[in-house]
Design a protein around this ligand. Structure first.
Ligand code: PBG
Length: 325
């Protein structure tokens, strides 16, 4: 049936009518707010590559967390900068480092807030790779026990969900087994299942001081040219026990998000990464775009593509804008 019988503009006539036929909705409950905790005290330093986001010392981390809670955001994702680094990343499973301290404090203050931690080694190794090195490459199987140690330490500190992000084969299984054996069967795993070797992580690596000293991550993260492979990666994570799956980055990979939505029956998360955020902030600062409208359009696109959850540095702004609407 074509024009003039069907006129799509009829159902666009006013805001109420448009709201009635709207297919996608965005809620504050979709948001996950990432935070960076650092050693020291009384620190709130803006991260230059992520304007509006800060390095927080543990004694001040309840400020942004409290703000998120007040706005109705259901979850935070913690990243840590450690007080020391070594070849295997042992500060990653040190119960007295910033992430673990922050977990205990946040859990005590806001028991209902969903506390998620990034489980990786790149912030904690002196070479900046996401696992242990052998002949200049990351040794997969030698890395797995260390990932399990980091996850266990976070669980002990109160994490509700651990999010392993280093793309080692078998990492979900290794973590699940370790958590179960240590009486943390209720701690969930959000796997960075389809994580690409992307240039969009640049601003994050400056923020987390986690850029590899030599080489790149192409030996473990995925080639942006592939999407069939992403489905194989995610299928493997689900088999190993992933409770929530993720596609990362988000914006340039919405086709992969859609394929995940159609293929898997698991809650699907997207990570709106640092480079995506930084591009929007830079263009907004120049006055070239309308930041609010651009950000809301991007969030809506994630939902339309099939994501259920969105990790985004825009979380506080989005939550405020949703309130205004
Ligand atoms: C740790 C990790 C990275 C990001 C999240 N977890 C960096 C990387 O893989 O190099 C990137 C997040 C972002 O860019 O916002 N491996």
């Amino acid at each position: 049936m074509g024009f003039p019988i069907y006129r799509p503009r009829r159902t666009r006539a006013g805001e109420n009518l448009r709201a009635m036929i709207r297919e996608t909705s965005l809620s504050v409950k979709d948001l996950i707010y990432p935070l960076f905790v650092v050693p020291g005290s009384n620190i709130k330093n803006e991260i230059s590559s992520l304007p509006g986001n800060y390095h927080w010392s543990v004694d001040r981390v309840l400020e942004p967390v409290g703000e998120a809670v007040k706005l109705g955001i259901p979850a935070v994702l913690l990243f840590g900068l450690p007080s020391y680094k070594d070849a295997v990343g042992s500060s990653g499973w040190d119960d007295n480092e910033p992430v673990q301290q922050a977990c205990r404090l946040i859990k005590q203050q806001y028991p209902e807030l969903v506390l998620i931690t990034d489980v990786c080694l790149c912030e904690y190794t002196d070479h900046g790779h996401c696992g242990v090195l052998e002949n200049c490459t990351v040794n997969n199987d030698a890395t797995l026990p260390f990932m399990a140690k980091v996850a266990l330490s976070h669980a002990r500190a109160g994490a509700d969900i651990v999010a392993p992000s280093n793309m080692m084969d078998g990492y979900v299984q290794a973590i699940r087994k370790c958590l179960d054996e240590n009486d943390y069967p209720h701690v969930a795993i959000m796997a960075y299942s389809a994580k690409y070797a992307s240039a969009f992580y640049g601003p994050f690596r400056a923020a987390a001081d986690s850029a590899p000293a030599a080489g790149d991550r192409k030996g473990y993260q995925m080639d942006p040219a592939n999407s069939d492979e992403a489905l194989r990666e995610t299928a493997l994570d689900i088999e190993e026990g992933a409770d929530i799956i993720m596609v990362k980055p988000a914006l340039a990979f919405l086709d992969v998000v859609r394929r995940h939505r159609e293929t898997f029956n698991r809650p699907l998360c997207v990570y709106n990464v640092s480079g995506e955020y930084a591009m929007v902030k830079a263009a907004a600062e120049k006055g070239w775009i309308d930041e609010k409208r651009i950000v809301m359009e991007i969030m809506t696109a994630f939902k339309r593509a099939g994501a259920k959850m969105i990790i985004t540095y825009h979380s506080l702004d989005v939550a405020r804008w949703l309130r205004e609407q």
